[in-house]
Design a binder for this molecule. Structure first.
Ligand code: HEM
Length: 144
């Protein structure tokens, strides 16, 4: 994965007038996946991760481009299939979101945390719908 073009940690993106530095995103993502690895339930689907520092860089970049920053790494994500095969479901999502939101509150201002909470909750809703559609297609195809 190339990351020679990594932004300066102080480089900033603005979402609805709220600023996030690349370092803000990195700090949240790093702590979140540390908490994931310590969680008695959520660490299980994440046993697939072999290189945590790489995963953390990749997910920091994911949020950076989602928030409108310029891409600086290979950025083709395939979250729907990955989540389906990881056993994504509404209960795991609720737990994931609670942990994520607690991490946001630890590191960010109220404005930043509240905005990112809304965005992640909406993304979770979208993932739930896409997961259901993927499941239907996958189950139909595997019966053919
Ligand atoms: C709003 C909620 C979530 C967001 C925004 C999110 C985001 C992402 C993204 C962007 C990736 C990388 C996909 C790729 O490499 O193509 C990923 C991977 C992954 N996510 Fe999530 N995720 C969410 C919830 C969950 C939940 C609830 C689970 C529990 C099953 C989960 C488990 C995983 C796993 C296991 C991977 C693959 C890690 C690997 O590369 O081996 N995620 N997630």
């Amino acid at each position: 994965m190339q990351n020679e073009n990594r932004p300066d940690p102080k480089d900033t993106v603005y979402v609805n007038g709220v600023s996030f530095s690349n370092h803000d995103l990195y700090i949240v993502v790093e702590d979140f996946y540390t908490r994931i690895q310590q969680d008695p339930i959520l660490h299980v689907p994440f046993l697939s991760v072999v290189d945590w520092p790489e995963h953390i860089q990749k997910i920091t970049h994911f949020w950076w481009i989602r928030f409108g920053g310029p891409a600086y790494m290979f950025s083709e994500y395939n979250p729907v299939a990955k989540h389906f095969f990881a056993g994504f479901n509404p209960e795991l999502l609720q737990r994931w979101l609670s942990l994520f939101h607690a991490t946001l509150e630890t590191h960010l201002s109220q404005k930043q945390a509240s905005l990112w909470k809304n965005i992640s909750t909406r993304m979770g809703d979208a993932l739930t719908i896409k997961n259901e559609l993927f499941k239907q297609t996958y189950e139909t195809d595997s019966k053919k």
